[in-house]
Ligand binder design. Structure first.
Ligand code: UDP
Length: 484
């Protein structure tokens, strides 16, 4: 594992939201197992989750640690327990939360000064870290946590503005100078792209900082999206390293079960339930860590699932939505679906569920981590995009990889999503689980899953890209030390 003095020391600084911290923790573990010293930066709120997630890697003798900075929540008028975006439940809380995050710069600078890392890998939400890294003469790499397809697609839409050349919100346009004739509508773009708002200015800062950064780390693998990886690197000129799928660094059941929050179901109980089912006979439904469907939408999902007649595991993040009486649940529902359906209220051990042979399909909100976890497990998907870059991800899965179907969402709606009726849920669930089309998609998904595993094995594309990056960063350090 090498002496500490010669180890490349990397700071990993994730944004405080599960979809950002989970892959960044995996990233830090991966670098540590390849001989680097990994220091994760977190806050007291998330520290216990971080420590639990890295415990095994640390106990195995790898050099990985977590250090904390304090989010000034009180100063911005937020409650002490709101130190993670998943706890920010109203639009009014959002702005002060982002203000508190921005106020971390001084503490961050002091940490760099004290611990003197050789390199920084920070979330795209922290554009200001580029300048701080430059001040200390260390490279900053960016982690967006999405696909090259989405990164390049978003850049091409920003560059060529095809959405300004259509006559209405629902008229499709082709993304210009982008491989594959990919179509979108204005309604599917992020609100801050459609029309300038406060976030537009921030996003422009993010994009500027991306250009000034050393490069971009991709939680993806080259074979998954070669045309888009090349496009991003060559046409758009972004140095990038494809080193995923990061979730594959979790090999044992325990590692997979302990990603993110504490699961709301005992992992053994969950696996026992799945063990009792036939291969590919269960649909898994989960909308990530941030989507907040209202009670009416949850009701539509419940009715659609029951009408499909299929077996399911359904994760309901906030069962007390609305009046707090589970009003979304039809009368007598759970006794009717007993043996057929399992509702997990809260946090699910997602990777364990996706990896189980009984899981034959996944209804997803199209968050990139979820999609990549499904690809890695060889599970076809029903695409239900809600917000962020999720409509781009949907196109990659349905139009390029052809391992999913769309449920028919037309409109980007922050956090709450566009309404989907029960009939659509019923039809999509049947279509993804049963029949020749489903089998065809499953075959393609399995082939990609094999490629994913090959990519992270010794000599595979992701394994080699990571090795090349580590070498480059070591050379950079040497050159910098010599200059001093
Ligand atoms: N996740 C999980 N259990 C849950 C919900 C989410 O383990 O009940 C994990 C999921 O495996 C993924 C991450 O949380 O790694 C969600 O990231 P994604 O990019 O899919 O969506 P986001 O939550 O950022 O919208």
């Amino acid at each position: 594992m090498g002496s500490e003095r010669h180890q490349l020391h990397i700071f990993f600084f994730p944004f405080m939201a599960p979809g950002h911290t989970i892959p960044m923790i995996d990233l830090a573990k991966l670098f540590a197992t390849r001989g680097c010293k990994s220091t994760l930066i977190t806050t007291p709120h998330d520290e216990p989750t971080f420590l639990k997630s890295i415990a095994k890697t640390k106990d195995s003798g790898f050099n990985i640690n977590a250090v904390t900075m304090t989010l000034p929540l009180k100063e911005v008028g937020l409650p002490e327990d709101s130190g993670n975006l998943s706890k920010i439940t109203t639009m009014e809380m959002h702005k002060p939360f982002m203000r508190a995050v921005r106020m971390l710069d001084r503490q961050f600078e002091l940490l760099i000064e004290k611990l003197a890392p050789d390199c920084l890998i920070s979330d795209f939400f922290f554009p200001w870290t580029t300048e701080i890294a430059a001040k200390f003469g260390i490279p900053r790499l960016l982690f967006h946590g999405t696909s090259a397809f989405s990164m390049a697609g978003i850049d091409c839409v920003r560059l060529y503005e095809p959405h300004k050349k259509v006559s209405c919100d629902s008229e499709p346009f082709v993304i210009p100078n982008f491989p594959g004739e990919i179509t979108l509508t204005r309604m599917q773009l992020q609100d801050f792209v459609r029309e300038e708002n406060e976030f537009t200015k921030f996003y422009n800062e993010v994009k500027e900082s991306e250009k000034r950064s050393y490069g971009v780390i991709m939680n993806s693998f080259y074979e998954l999206e070669p045309a888009y990886a090349d496009h991003y690197r060559t046409f758009l000129g972004r140095p990038s390293w494809f080193i995923g799928p990061l979730s594959l660094c979790n090999k044992e059941t325990e590692d997979k079960a302990h990603r993110g929050d504490q699961a709301s179901i005992d992992q053994h109980e969950c696996l026992k339930w799945l063990d009792s089912k036939q291969p590919n006979s269960v649909i898994y439904i989960c909308f990530g860590s941030m989507t907040n469907f209202n009670a009416a939408q949850l009701h539509e999902v419940a009715v659609g699932l029951e009408a499909s007649g299929q077996q399911f595991i359904w994760v309901v993040k906030d069962p007390n939505v609305g009046e707090g009486k589970e009003e979304w649940l039809p009368d007598g529902y759970e006794s009717r679906i007993r043996n057929k359906g399992l509702i997990i209220r809260g946090w699910a051990p997602q990777v364990l569920i996706l990896d189980h042979e009984a899981t034959g399909g996944f209804v997803t909100h199209c968050g990139w981590n979820s999609i990549l976890e499904a690809v890695t497990a060889g599970v076809p998907m029903v695409m239900w995009p809600v917000t962020a870059e999720q409509f781009y991800n949907e196109k990659l899965v349905t139009q390029v990889l052809k391992i999913g179907i769309d449920i028919g969402v037309k409109r980007w709606v922050a956090s709450f999503g566009d309404t989907v009726k029960s009939k659509k849920v019923e039809e999509a669930v049947k279509r993804i689980l049963v029949g020749e089309e489903a089998e065809e998609m499953r075959r393609r998904a399995r082939a990609l899953a094999e490629m994913a595993r090959g990519a992270v094995e010794e000599g595979g594309s992701s394994w080699s890209d990571l090795g090349a990056l580590i070498q480059e960063l070591k050379s950079h350090r040497l050159a910098h030390t010599e200059k001093i």
